[in-house]
Ligand binder design. Structure first.
Ligand SMILES: NC(=O)c1ccc[n+]([C@@H]2O[C@H](COP(=O)([O-])OP(=O)(O)OC[C@H]3O[C@@H](n4cnc5c(N)ncnc54)[C@H](OP(=O)(O)O)[C@@H]3O)[C@@H](O)[C@H]2O)c1
Length: 254
């Protein structure tokens, strides 16, 4: 019997793999035996992460992708399939945000967030599904957010993009089940990274943390188990699901 969470020999594409959650996801999946392609616009940053993972014995490649461009999305999927004989898992992680009051949001700002977080997931997801459908199927994990399930101020475009991504996940699950492709959404709460550490050390950040029932931010490691689970055969009968990893933030008292 294959061990639960074993990804040995699986080929994985992680978008937004140059830093933050994506780099951590790549490292986690490689540690569980997967061959991992890290893709972002900044290929040099992907290569730096890939180089570090290779020293840990992982089979990793760095790829260029702009998820908003269909040709680029198709090329990245094709590069993985060509190198490793197919694509088994896609982690749609690339994402951008901006803090803007809705009255001040302009069209370009709205489009940048929607194009990356929603259209990008569709484009890369469709290219991946076409490749997976030619093989034994596969798994897609769409990285959404608890802001796709509840709102906060000044992140309207981001919250709308992530809510739509949750619904897109359900459509992928419904339409692609016949090809043995599973699609699930991972909804992290607030995760501490280099980019937001300063904010969470401020009074406003501390006040936000007090509203999380666990009274702490999420850590990258908190996402590892749920991610590996959704990517692996341990979740073989699971599709169209939304998994929140948020220390209870979504159930905080109103
Ligand atoms: N951090 C959190 O607390 C948190 C919580 C919930 C959900 N999330 C979600 O988790 C994901 C990763 O977040 P993060 O905090 O790790 O963000 P991050 O550090 O800003 O990383 C974003 C990644 O997306 C890539 N990217 C952006 N636009 C792209 C494009 N057009 N094409 C290809 N790649 C693109 C970036 O690389 P390039 O700029 O080089 O392309 C980078 O690798 C996002 O979807 C985010 O919404 C994060």
């Amino acid at each position: 019997m294959r061990a639960m969470g074993d990804l040995k020999g699986k080929s994985v594409l992680v978008t937004g793999g140059s830093q933050g959650l994506g780099a951590f996801f790549g490292e986690t999946l490689a540690a569980h035996g997967a061959r991992v392609a890290l893709a972002a616009r900044n290929t040099a940053s992907c290569e730096a992460v890939a180089e570090r993972l290779r020293t840990q014995g992982a089979e990793v490649m760095a790829l260029s992708i702009d998820v908003t461009d269909p040709t680029s999305a198709e090329a990245a999927v094709a590069a993985v399939a060509e190198r490793w004989g197919g694509l088994d898992v896609l982690v749609n992680n690339a994402g951008v945000t901006a803090t803007t009051p809705l009255l001040d949001m302009d069209e370009a700002g709205w489009d940048r967030i929607m194009d990356t977080n929603l259209k990008g997931a569709f484009l890369v997801g469709q290219a991946a599904a076409r490749a997976m459908a030619q093989g034994p199927g596969g798994a897609i994990v769409n990285v959404a957010s608890i802001l796709g399930l509840r709102v906060a101020g000044q992140v309207a475009a981001y919250a709308a993009s992530k809510a739509a991504l949750v619904q897109l996940t359900c459509s992928m699950a419904l339409e692609w089940a016949r090809y043995k492709i599973r699609a699930n959404a991972l909804c992290p709460g607030y995760i501490e990274t280099d980019l937001n550490r300063d904010f969470f050390e401020s009074e406003a950040g501390a006040a936000l943390v007090r509203r999380i029932p666990f009274r702490r931010l999420g850590r990258l490691e908190d996402l590892a188990g749920p991610l590996v689970f959704l990517c692996s055969d341990a979740a073989a009968y699971m599709t169209g699901a939304t998994l929140a990893i948020d220390g209870g933030h979504l159930v905080s008292s109103l």
